[in-house]
Design a protein around this ligand. Structure first.
Ligand code: OAD
Length: 222
């Protein structure tokens, strides 16, 4: 099983949330990715998401994404769990993906609840509205919101069964996603971390590889 975070897409040109280059207009993700921020200023929140959509639309998967797609082909019981909403794992060919934080290319109406794919990079009206008149929001998980229950349960089940967990490009500070790491440990899995920097779990994993996912993953999964 692999758990990925924003770091795996960094080499595709998509800024991470924390660390160098991770900010937009000097705002922290905790100030934008919340229901309160959306209630206060839906236009600002949408501007952030449209900026990210633009970057993602121009980006290509990198060798790190492709290496994990290869692993799925070789290991039938492999599960990919991602915190990323950018869709680059799918574009690299991964199919069995548990998206803990949703998908940036989907929208949900805050009025009627309708959820659908919407790949627009700009809207005529800002913030955009549903046909029912309700405000549309990105169908992603924000701070303070529950993860989709079915996806989370499947991730927990996968982690309980895994022999090896690859933790790639995540600062491992956002819960419950980061909690999958100690859960894997308690289930007896070996853990390999791939990260440019140290994380809260670096000292306790079996192997902490310091470097770029796009360079290290193809070596681990040639
Ligand atoms: P972060 O931005 O918190 O962390 C990115 C991690 O990737 C850091 O630990 C970097 O050291 C590492 N990194 C950067 N470039 C790398 C590279 N080329 N190769 C390997 N590692 C690299 O991103 P996440 O951990 O994904 O949630 O953040 C978790 C959640 O916080 C996100 O899903 C998002 C955010 O707010 C929501 O929006 C709910």
């Amino acid at each position: 099983m692999a758990l990925t975070g924003a770091g795996i897409s960094a080499e595709s040109g998509i800024p991470t949330f924390r660390g160098a280059g991770g900010m937009w207009k000097r705002l922290r993700p905790e100030d934008l990715a919340t229901p309160e921020a959306f209630t206060r200023d839906p236009k600002l929140v949408w501007e952030w998401y449209l900026w990210r959509r633009g970057l993602i639309a121009r980006a290509e998967p990198n060798p790190g994404h492709y290496a994990l797609a290869r692993l799925e082909q070789r290991a039938p019981r492999f599960h990919l769990v991602t915190q990323n909403v950018d869709g680059l794992h799918e574009r690299a060919g991964s199919r069995k993906i548990l998206k803990l934080h949703g998908d940036i290319w989907e929208v949900r109406c805050t009025g009627c609840g309708l959820e659908r794919r919407d790949e627009r990079l700009a809207f005529d009206e800002m913030p955009p509205r549903c046909a029912c008149g309700g405000l549309l929001r990105p169908a992603v998980v924000w701070f303070g919101e529950m993860l989709p229950a079915d996806v989370w349960q499947r991730a927990e089940r996968a982690v309980a069964e895994t022999e090896l967990l690859l933790v790639v490009g995540t600062s491992a500070v956002v819960y419950p996603a980061a909690g999958l790491v100690p859960l894997a440990r308690r289930s007896g899995a070996r853990i390999i971390e791939v990260n440019l920097d140290e994380t809260p779990y670096s000292a306790s994993v079996d192997c902490s590889l310091r470097g770029k996912a796009g360079e290290l993953l193809p070596k681990l999964i040639p």
